[in-house]
Design a protein around this ligand. Sequence first.
Ligand SMILES: Nc1ncnc2c1ncn2[C@@H]1O[C@H](COP(=O)(O)OP(=O)(O)OP(=O)(O)O)[C@@H](O)[C@H]1O
Length: 360
Amino acid sequence: MAKITLSKLRHSYYPNPKSANDYALKEIDLDWKDGGAYALLGPSGCGKSTLLNIISGLLVPSEGQILFDDQDVTHLPPDQRNIAQVFQFPVIYDTMTVYDNLAFPLRNRGVDAMRVDQRVREIAEMLEVTDLLDQRAAGLSPDNKQKISMGRGLVRDDVNVVMFDEPLTVIDPHLKWKLRSKLKELHQRVNATMIYVTHDQTEALTFADQVVVMQQGEVVQIGTPVELFDRPAHTFVGHFIGSPGMNVLPCTLDAGMAMFNGTAVELEGPVPLGASGNFEIGIRPEFVTISDSGIPAVVRKVADVGRHLVVEAMAGDHKISAVMNGTTPEKGAQVHLNFHPDQTRLYSDGWLISKAGGKS
Ligand SMILES: Nc1ncnc2c1ncn2[C@@H]1O[C@H](COP(=O)(O)OP(=O)(O)OP(=O)(O)O)[C@@H](O)[C@H]1O
């Protein structure tokens, strides 16, 4: 397995890119540790496939370098990069048995029969498909076919990295959670460097130790699932992660306090002197409470989402969500909303600028 470094990587599909908008990847600098579990998370069009193709060697970047264990592989073709890939749709040989499908990547590289047998049985046991080993792949359910496809990606222990590209697309919704946690467990057992590409926050947060969040060709934050939830570095991360996402509200600054809709709102801590730009408050619905004083609002909707209730209130034209348990106000009720000060962040032009700790 290898450490992977992306250095000053940029890519444009145009021959003479002029502005930043001509780049599918703007500038990416990343270090992925040997043996780590990473997710690339972002909406459609943010550049995930472009980055994956650059790492696998299908695409040569317009600028920058890719290093595996400090060796420059930027111009190496895919077959010389020693990568295993699991795609959205199963890649297996229907006419072969499950055993032969799993053995294929090893036999192809001349691994001796005893080692092949040992490794195939190990992987089959991890994926809970040992009882399917003698069956022809053609007769398998789509879920089992994808499991075998994953097994083929994991069976070699000499690859630099295993890359998963939206691997749960074909999996039945009720089985998704099972495979999601299975993949996490597999990473812990196989201990390979793994990169998991998805637009689904649950998949990314379940699988990865570190999540790389991308938007419009840029990495906006790299962090553990907890870090992304606690301190989104950009309002995009706040919106994209969490259900419902972070409330983002326009505000002005007055003597270190944020003013929203005529009400002063206490921030988590100090804001840099001379800060400028378009200011916004970011507060997670989990830290909004209803109280006697605070921001006046009218309840528009109360939704029961199972584990808790989500109250949606309007403060002027702005929607604010609050996650609550127990008794909630009725639709149409006039309420006051309070934000936990230590969870109330300030963003300027989308980027987090408030510092944690103490009075602003
Ligand atoms: N072959 C291509 N030629 C021109 N532009 C492209 C090409 N492939 C992708 N793009 C553009 O590059 C940007 C990034 O696309 P990319 O496919 O990498 O995003 P993505 O996050 O993987 O999206 P998806 O999940 O929909 O595949 C998009 O604006 C896309 O339109």
